[in-house]
Design a binder for this molecule. Sequence first.
Ligand code: ZN
Ligand code: ZN
Ligand code: FE
Length: 756
Amino acid sequence: MIFMARIRVHIRIEGVVQGVGFRPFIYNLAQKHGLTGWVRNDEKGVQIEVEGEGDEIQGFLSDLNSPPPLARIEKISPRDLPPAGYKGFEIRESERGPEKAALIPPDIAICGDCLREFSDQEDRRFHYPFINCTNCGPRFTIIKDVPYDREKTTMAVFQMCPACAREYRDPGNRRFHAEPNACPDCGPGLRLFDPAGQEIPVPDPAGEARKLLKEGAIVAVKGMGGFHLAVSARNEEAVSRLRSRKYREDKPFALMARDLAVIRELCEPDQEAEKLLESREAPIVILPGKTGARIAPSVAPFQNNLGMMLPYTPLHHLLFDRELDCLVMTSGNVSDEPIAYRDKEARKRLAGIADYFLFHNREIHTRCDDSVIKPFRGGAAFLRRARGYVPTPIRFVSGGKSVLALGAELKNTFCLTKGNQAFVSHHIGDLENFETLQAFKEGIEHFQRFFEIAPELVACDLHPDYLSTRHAREINLPRVGVQHHYAHALSVMAEHGLSGPVLAVTMDGTGYGDDGTIWGGEFLEVFLQGYRRLAHIRYIHLPGGEQGIKEPWRMAAVYLDRIAGEKMAGLDIPFVRNLDLEKWSVLKAAVKRGINSPPCSSAGRLFDAVSALIGVRGTVRYEGQAAIELEQAARPDEPGEYLFGFGEVKGILIIDPDPVIQAVVEEIRKGTDKSVISARFHNSVARMIARVAGWMRERTGHSSLALSGGVFQNHFLLNRVFELLEGSGFTIYINRQVPANDGGISLGQAYYAMHQ
Ligand code: ZN
Ligand code: ZN
Ligand code: FE
C-alpha cells in the first residue's frame, strides 16, 4: 500500500481575478483534482486553500497557468500549512480586509455564448438587452466600490429571480457570480420617451426605436458608459440634422455597423483591423473608407477615413435588422461637453438634439467613452483610451513612489501609480468647462478609492494656467512639474520599460516650454532625471494665440511674410489672392509689435501653415482638422521632397522650415497638384526627422529613439519615418498603450515623478 500524505496549501493570487469567472474556474479545478478546501475573493485578489494529495496539488498549481479568458494573474504565492481536514470544496463569502488592490475589470463586449442565447428564440433571455455572463458585460462603469460584488455595483437594486440566483450560485454555471447577472423577469428593462419626458408605451421599446431610426429619427440611446446619439448613417437628411442640432460642423461621427460584412462594404479593414473590431474591447477603429461607399456625406465631411465599431452590448444588437445596418453612434453631448451618462442629465442636455430617448434602469456609475484606435504597422495606436481598456493598469518594470499625475489640458487623462502599476484613467476630455473638471475630480477620487492609492507626490504640466496645474496647486502634496514634451517622451519610455538615456522626437500642436515659449517641434535627449533640448524647429510667431490655432491661414501668412516680406502681396498664388489684406495688415502689425503672438516651435502649426497655403484648409472646425486633411490629401506613392534648413545656435540645432515653405510656393506657382505637394511636404518632414535623429546619435551615442506627440497620429508621416530609419541602427519606440496625443501625458508625468 502506498501511503499518500495529505497536504494543505494556501494560495494567494493577485491580478485581474475578480468578475472574470475565476472562482468557478478554481472550483472546477479542485473537483478535477479531488481537492477539498475553499476559495474566496478578498481585496487583493483571490485566496485559496486546497487540501489533498501532493501530486494532485501540483497538478492544480500547474493548471492555474491557463485561467479563464478575461483573467490576468499577476502573482501566485503558495504557502504550506498543516492539513485541516476539509470535507468538500466551497466558495466562501468575500473577506473585507484593509487592502483594496484587487483589480477591477474593464467593460467587455457581449461574448459568443451570450450572443447565441440572445439569438435563440427558445432561450429565456432571447433578445434580452442586458444578457451577460462572467466573460462579458459591464464592469468598470457599474462598480461603485471594491471588492467587486453585486452589492457594490449599480445592479444591487435588482433582486435576482430564483432562476438567475441558481445560475449565480452554481459553480458549474457560466454565470456563477456573474455580478450583473439578470433576465427579463428580474433585471433591468428598457423604456422609450419623447423629448417632453412622456413615456411612449410600447411592448418592445428597442424595436420601436429601430423603427424610428429607420424613419430618420435621432434617438438618444443609453449604453454602457454613457449616452449615444444614434441616427441612420445612410440617411443624409437625418445625419445633417444631427450635425446642426449638435453644433458639430465637420468633426467626423463614429459609426456602428451591424456586422463585419457591412464594415467591409464601406471600408477596407485589414486583418489586424478586423481583429481589433471583433475584440472583446470593441473599440472604434479608424479605417480607410472605400470611394463611393453608400454612406451619408455628412457622416465624415472632407474625410477618407471612417471610424467604425461593432455592436458591443446586447442592446446595440437590437437596434439593427436586415434593413438598418449602419448607425451613426456619436457621444451624447453638445459639441465639446463630456458625454451624458445619467438619465436626468441626458434628458436635459440632449433635449434639443434627440427626437426620442431609449432609457434603461441599470445606472451607469462611471462615465466612459468609446475607445478609438488607428491601426499602425500590425499594432494598435490609440487616439483615445477608454472603454474596454480602462482601468487595466500599465505595467512598469519596477515600482516607485505612489504618484498622482494630472495630465494636460486637452484630451485629459490622469494617472495614479502604485508599485509597478500605472492606472491611467479613461479619457476625461478637454478641461475647459465645469462639467469636465467635475468629471476629472470625481474620477481621481474614484480611482484612489478603487485601488487604494494614497499618492505621495502630485505631478503636473509646467503650464501655469492649465486647470490640471491649478488643481495640482490645491492638493496638499509635494508637487513636481514636468515639461510637456519631456512627458510625451517619458510616456513612450514608461510603456516600453526604458530608463534612458534615449533620444526623443516629440512633435505636437502646443506645449509649454521651460523657457516660457510655446514648444512643439522638439528633439530631446531624455533621462529619467531630466532632459536636454538638442534641437527644435525655428521659432515663429503664433499670430493671435488661440485664434492662430483655429485659423491656420494666419500661420501660413506669417510664414509667407518671413520668406517674402514686402513682396508677399505680389505673389501670384491663390492663397495670397484670397487673403483678406486688411485683416492681415492688422495682424502683421500686431505680430511685429509682439502683441498676443508668442513665439512657437510647433510642428503642428507648420502642418497648419502648409495646409492653408496649398488651399486644403484655412479655418478649422475641430482640433487638428487642417493637418488631418493635409495628411489625407497626400498621394501615397509620391517620392519627392523639399529640404529643411539647419543652423546651430549655442550648441542647439535649429531646424528652419523657410526653405520648405519657399519650395511649396514655387510648386503652387508651377501648378503642382495639392496631393503631390502634400506628399512631398510629409516626405520632407520625415527626412528632417531622420537627419536630426542621426545628428543627435552622433552627438550623444544613443540609438534608442522615441517618437511621440499628437503629430505622430499622422501615420503617413510616421510610416515614412520608419521607412527612412529602417536598417539604420536605430531602435524606434512609439506609443502602443496610451495615445501619442496629450491623452498619454499623465503616464509620462507619473513615470518621471515616481522615480524622483
Ligand atoms: Zn457572455
Ligand atoms: Zn432573473
Ligand atoms: Fe502635446
